[in-house]
Design a protein around this ligand. Structure first.
Ligand SMILES: O=P(O)(O)OC[C@H]1O[C@@H](O)[C@H](O)[C@@H](O)[C@@H]1O
Length: 191
């Protein structure tokens, strides 16, 4: 029809090539996603905790620390990598230390709302955490926590967190949050 204009296309994130993203099993049989960048960097994110537990450069050097005694199953938290402290950091509230997100099973987010496209990012994975009915008993706020883990063009690791209030009554809530990074160091005595 003359004069009609169609809406601009919604920007789409680049589609992942299957070899770059792989679902795999961790030491305790838990699902993890392995991200492989064509340039040789890799990262692993576990559904348990939405926790990044490995980040390697193109030489295969591990950049994160994970304790050899780490336990990868409920109800504990994985000691190492990048635990996500939410909805409480440390003991700043009445919840268990560092909140419960780090010891919940996250899901793969198959349909995340778009994020600004960074053309240098070829590999990323999206996870989502929503509270269970049990969680709502200890923290009565409905939310969607979306996490994108991405490898950038120089091997940088990008974590993008989006937390949405889905309370049906629109009631606001506050929270504290941290990426509790455990970086690998060659000699702790020099730090
Ligand atoms: O021992 P958690 O509960 O995994 O917490 C990890 C660390 O969290 C930090 O905030 C504390 O200062 C450390 O003492 C603690 O080791």
């Amino acid at each position: 029809m003359a004069g009609a204009s169609s809406p601009p296309p919604t920007p789409k994130s680049p589609k992942l090539q299957p070899p770059l993203l792989e679902r795999a099993k961790g030491p305790s049989g838990l699902d993890k996603i392995v991200l492989r960048d064509p340039r040789g960097f890799t990262a692993e994110v576990r559904l348990y905790g939405g926790q990044v537990t490995s980040w390697k450069n193109e030489q295969g050097d591990e950049l994160l620390f994970v304790s050899s005694k780490a336990v990868f199953k409920s109800p504990g938290a994985i000691r190492g990598g990048i635990p996500i402290c939410f909805p409480q950091f440390g003991t700043h509230g009445n919840l268990e230390k560092h909140g419960f997100a780090r010891n919940r099973l996250w899901l793969v987010d198959d349909n995340p709302p778009p994020l600004p496209v960074n053309s240098g990012i070829k590999t990323y994975a999206d996870l989502i955490l929503k509270p269970s009915e049990e969680d709502l008993k200890i923290w009565p706020h409905r939310f969607e926590f979306r996490l994108r883990v991405a490898l950038g063009p120089k091997g940088d690791l990008f974590l993008t967190s989006r937390i949405r209030n889905t309370n049906t009554d629109g009631k606001p809530f506050s929270f504290t949050f941290a990426y509790h990074t455990y970086f690998s160091v060659s000699d702790i005595s020099t730090y």
